[in-house]
Design a protein around this ligand. Structure first.
Ligand code: HEM
Length: 467
């Protein structure tokens, strides 16, 4: 009897293992996973991209890592282009997770995590509203310039500039831009207590997001995520409380509410979800924080950048987008900041429609492309010069094409144009006004804190007036 049971169990196990490897064989080749747990033991849970890099190294182009769920990594620029552009419609989904539902205010709500027709409708409507409010146009530039001017005024008023943590001033500046677009008002530096509370909760929430990807039930603990949501809800109420849809809208939330009358795809839950998606994505400052630290660390780059800005723009006005054509080194610096300081070690995952097989999670590994594509010579060096052609003026298109921090295709970042304006105007204005230096005796630490995103460690810099 015992022998029969053991034999049956062994047969069952052998059958299950054979089935498992049949299942594995349906996916692009990768490091051989162990039965059932996949490559779990070889993952790096804190520096996820390091684990993925280790497991994918031998497989150029396309590889699968079993976490134990299969995630297909597209690691080559041409392969990502083929998937996200040539076969774009088949790579347009997002994996669904209870966690996303919580942050989306509604099942399949908003833009970042929604799929299918609702994603299409919400993205189209949101971008159309944002265009009405000047996204990609001069209005947006004026808004960013004015938020940057406020930030510089705040820095000017600091008595002691020998130890400045730029995290907070940059954060308020960036929040004010997106806040004004989404909800029609700004925060004052001097009265930003609630904002600070929200930002602290947001950092916890992003940690929770990270853990929640593996353990979604944690989201049911109604604490941290609630804080983040409540801040967004309060902002929406402030924008809508005294608004009547007969009036001309003055911000995203009001315009969305007004369009709900004529567009049946727009409703209250999606108003909250879209506002939350754009606001939360739009308050991210990590790239600008990296930019300041790179300037402090690479003084030769900063000096050359300042020289270009002072020559072209002078010191009596802030840099504007019209200056861009005459600022090739500044543009090259922004590209190199985004390449070298890429903040999304894993892209936002997509899900396939029909291919690879259907319903597979896909990571277009933009981090790998920007850190290893052979067109970037000595990619481990911070060298804005790499982008500048021999004529000293034009930028190299093939390198720009491979600088893809916003990803590519129909589902690429919906805030790209705003983020680019913030990056160039903030970096150029800061370097125009200040020498950004390490504090006395300090060495700038560029080792990232990796937890979902690659963030710089909080550290002070010394600001010296540059004119
Ligand atoms: C330097 C700053 C930023 C970076 C590096 C960045 C990067 C990205 C990336 C890689 C994606 C995923 C795209 C894909 O699935 O292929 C994304 C999506 C998105 N981003 Fe950004 N982003 C930035 C700033 C912003 C800002 C300022 C906003 C809002 C104004 C924003 C709004 C969004 C939205 C709504 C999506 C979801 C798009 C969709 O699923 O259709 N992002 N972003």
């Amino acid at each position: 009897m015992f022998l029969t049971i053991t034999l049956a169990l062994v047969t069952l196990l052998v059958y299950a293992v054979i089935q498992y490897y049949r299942y594995v064989a349906r996916y692009p080749k990768g490091e051989t996973p162990l039965p059932f747990i996949g490559n779990y033991g070889e993952l790096d849970f804190v520096r996820q991209h390091v684990g993925f890099e280790r497991l994918s190294k031998k497989f150029n182009g396309v590889t699968t890592v079993f976490t134990p769920s299969p995630i297909v990594h597209l690691r080559d620029f041409e392969v990502i282009k083929e998937a996200f552009i040539d076969k774009g419609d088949d790579f347009i989904g997002r994996p669904q997770n209870k966690l996303f539902e919580f942050f989306s205010f509604a099942p399949n709500g908003g833009v970042i995590n929604s799929v299918g027709d609702n994603w299409r409708e919400q993205r189209r409507a949101a971008l159309s509203i944002l265009r009405d409010f000047g996204m990609g146009k001069n209005v947006q530039e004026t808004l960013v310039q004015s938020a940057v001017a406020d930030m510089i005024e705040y820095l000017e008023e600091m008595d002691d500039k020998s130890k400045v943590d730029l995290h907070w001033p940059i954060q308020v500046m960036v929040v004010n831009v997106i806040n004004e677009i989404m909800f029609g008002f700004r925060h004052k530096y001097s009265a930003s207590g609630p904002l600070l509370k929200f930002l602290i909760a947001r950092v916890f929430a992003s940690k929770l997001m990270f853990i929640g990807m593996s353990f979604p039930f944690l989201i049911d603990i109604p604490f941290i995520g609630w804080h983040v949501q409540q801040f967004v809800v309060d902002n929406i109420h402030r924008a809508l409380d005294n608004y009547s849809t007969d009036e001309e809208p003055s911000c995203f939330a009001q315009a969305y509410k007004q369009r709900m009358i004529t567009n049946k795809n727009l409703d209250e839950p999606n108003l909250y979800a879209c506002s939350s998606d754009f606001f939360l994505a739009g308050v991210e400052t990590t790239t600008l924080r990296w930019a300041m630290l790179f300037m402090a660390r690479y003084q030769d780059v900063q000096e050359r950048l300042r020289c270009e800005i002072h020559t072209v723009v002078g010191i009596n006005r802030l840099p504007s987008l019209n200056d861009q054509n005459n600022l090739p080194y500044t543009r090259a610096c922004v590209l190199e900041v985004q390449r070298f300081g890429n903040v999304l070690s894993n892209n936002v995952y997509r899900e396939t429609g029909q291919s690879i097989p259907a319903g597979t999670m896909v990571n277009a590994d933009i981090h790998h492309v920007m850190a290893h594509d052979p067109l970037f010579v000595e990619p481990e060096k911070f060298a804005p010069d790499r982008y500048i052609s021999e004529d000293g003026k034009t930028l190299k298109k093939d390198l720009i094409d491979r600088t893809i921090p916003f990803s590519i295709g129909k589902r690429a970042c919906a805030g790209e144009s705003l983020a680019k304006v913030e990056l160039i105007l903030c970096l150029a204005s800061m370097v125009q006004h200040y020498r950004i230096l390490p504090c006395e005796g300090d060495v700038i630490d560029l080792e990232p804190i990796a937890l979902g995103m690659l963030r710089p460690k909080d550290q002070n810099v010394r600001l010296e007036k540059a004119f």
